[in-house]
Ligand binder design. Structure first.
Ligand code: GTP
Ligand code: MG
Length: 474
């Protein structure tokens, strides 16, 4: 789903083909292609919208597309009418992102919506995650593709509180996002226009002061990695332009577009070994796989491996958004047409990988886990079974051995032997899966070495891969 029929895709910039003759390109190493396009091109960031159900993620995402000129007034009027017919008047902006009938009827995002927009410096892919707790797995898949997050919080009376409570998705989403490699967060305090808020500085400060210690305890460096700002996603206030002093005299900070524009993320290595976890695949004049490049670059004509099967493939074509490109680097969401493999032989969770330095494949690894919230009466011990989510992999797993408990204060291993742990514990353990999966050590590739464990639809732990068996490399 995402932006399909309703939006004027023609307004999106068309990328120019690099002015290099085919023959020259064919003779050159991919990394040497003098890609003129590359230098003119804006940087690209994937931004995931997260937060509790009904916080206004889809509304804010929709408003961004409207303000950046991608949705015309006529379409908005159509949505207003449709929303009214469904007795969901205020949901018309969310309809820009929520494109399927179930989502529109219920007013809840189910699948991760996808759309593109640009600011002065950056091309963004918006990933609009669902907030409802039933769809956390979809949220995880959205967050695992993202570089930065926009955490949407409702300032409306009672709504901030419900989202922030234990069991609310504000907390769960933040912890998941951090684990999944979302390095920076913009925390937007939304619904500032609501009559229970009325752009109140007290309310804004209250929310910020409650969120800061929590964000810190989730591992975010609040000074460096987090920025707060007030908005109204529904009205579109403090989004493309700064809020009028008549509405909000106390805000002197940036608007959302400015904040997005200036987010800094660590540069990724375009020369690293190629790694692209596959999130989806289909047949279209060959086999097409979709995913985000986590490391390295890809070029038409490249020979690669589909791991863990070690299937040799050739790259027939590379598509970035709607455009065919000759080459693409890390951070890009791509569709890649391959020869040498059938669509049936690929599953999501497989990784398109460099031949020279293929991604390790394992059925077991060592990890450091933080236990968040176990199901009632459950204890975490050897034999515990859960579902492992690591990049695009979803697999049943079992904890085979607890090795050490870590003292959360000193961060050092505790001496006594550990047989079981409870909520809040940090523990090093061995984890097993039934079939081969592709993983990396967190210290080598954070994005491919962070994971979550879930049972019965709840996230019970987050973790990072600390060690792989010595014979794990392909
Ligand atoms: P899920 O996808 O179900 O998690 O929800 P969401 O976070 O995408 O929320 P959505 O955008 O669907 O909005 C939920 C409700 O909040 C709708 O009725 C919106 O009109 C309302 N809403 C969103 N943003 C604002 C805002 O800035 N001000 C006011 N007053 N209402 C808002
Ligand atoms: Mg939504």
């Amino acid at each position: 789903m995402g932006m399909t029929d309703e939006v004027d895709t023609k307004s999106q910039p068309v990328q120019a083909e690099p002015k290099v003759k085919d023959k020259e390109v064919a003779d050159m190493d991919c990394a040497e292609v003098p890609d003129e396009m590359e230098s003119q091109k804006k940087r690209h960031l994937n931004v995931v919208f997260i937060g509790h159900v009904d916080a206004g993620k889809s509304t804010t995402g929709g408003q961004i597309l409207f303000l950046s000129g991608q949705v015309d007034d006529r379409t908005i009027q159509k949505y207003e009418k449709e929303a009214k017919d469904k007795s969901r008047e205020s949901w018309y902006m969310a309809y820009i992102m929520d494109t399927n009938e179930e989502e529109r009827v219920k007013g809840k995002t189910v699948e991760v919506g996808r759309a593109q927009f640009e600011t002065e410096t950056t091309r963004f892919t918006i990933l609009d995650a669902p907030g409802h707790k039933s769809y956390v797995p979809n949220m995880i898949s959205g967050a695992s593709q993202a570089d930065i997050g926009v955490l949407v919080i409702s300032a409306r009376k009672g709504e901030f509180e419900t989202g922030y409570e234990r069991g609310g998705q504000t907390r769960e989403h933040v912890q998941l996002a951090k684990t999944l490699g979302v390095s920076k967060l913009l925390v937007v305090v939304n619904k500032m226009d609501d009559h229970t808020v009325n752009w109140s500085k007290e309310r804004y400060d209250e929310i910020e002061s409650k969120m800061v210690p929590f964000l810190r305890s989730s591992g975010y460096n609040v000074k460096k990695d987090v920025q707060f700002l007030p908005i109204s996603g529904l009205v579109g206030t403090n989004m493309k332009t700064r809020v009028d002093k008549n509405i909000c005299p106390w805000w002197n900070g940036p608007c959302l577009f400015e904040a997005l524009d200036s987010v800094e993320v660590p540069v990724r290595d375009p020369k690293g070994p190629y790694r692209m976890p596959i999130i989806d695949k289909f047949k279209d004049m060959g086999t097409v796989v979709m995913g985000k490049v986590e490391s390295g670059s890809i070029c038409e004509g490249d020979s690669l491996l589909v791991m863990p099967n070690k299937a040799p493939v050739k790259v027939l074509a590379v598509y970035c958004d709607e455009d065919k490109v000759r080459r693409a680097g890390p951070g890009e969401n791509l569709r890649v047409r391959l020869s040498g493999i059938e669509e049936e032989d690929i599953s999501s969770g497989f990784v398109l990988s460099s031949v020279v330095k293929p991604i390790p494949t394992v059925t077991e690894f060592t990890a450091q886990l933080q236990i968040l919230e176990l199901l009632e009466n459950a204890i975490f011990t050897a034999g515990y079974k859960a579902v492992l989510h690591i990049h695009s992999v979803v697999e049943e797993c079992e904890i085979v051995e607890l090795l050490q408990q870590i003292d959360p204060k000193t961060k050092k291993p505790m001496k006594k032997k550990v047989l079981f742990v409870k909520n809040g514990a940090v523990v090093v353990c061995r984890i097993q899966v039934n079939s081969l999966i592709c993983v990396e050590k967190f210290s080598d590739f954070p994005q491919l070495g962070r994971f979550t464990l879930r049972t019965e639809g709840k996230t019970i732990a987050v973790g990072k891969v600390t060690d792989l068996p010595s014979r794990s490399s392909a």
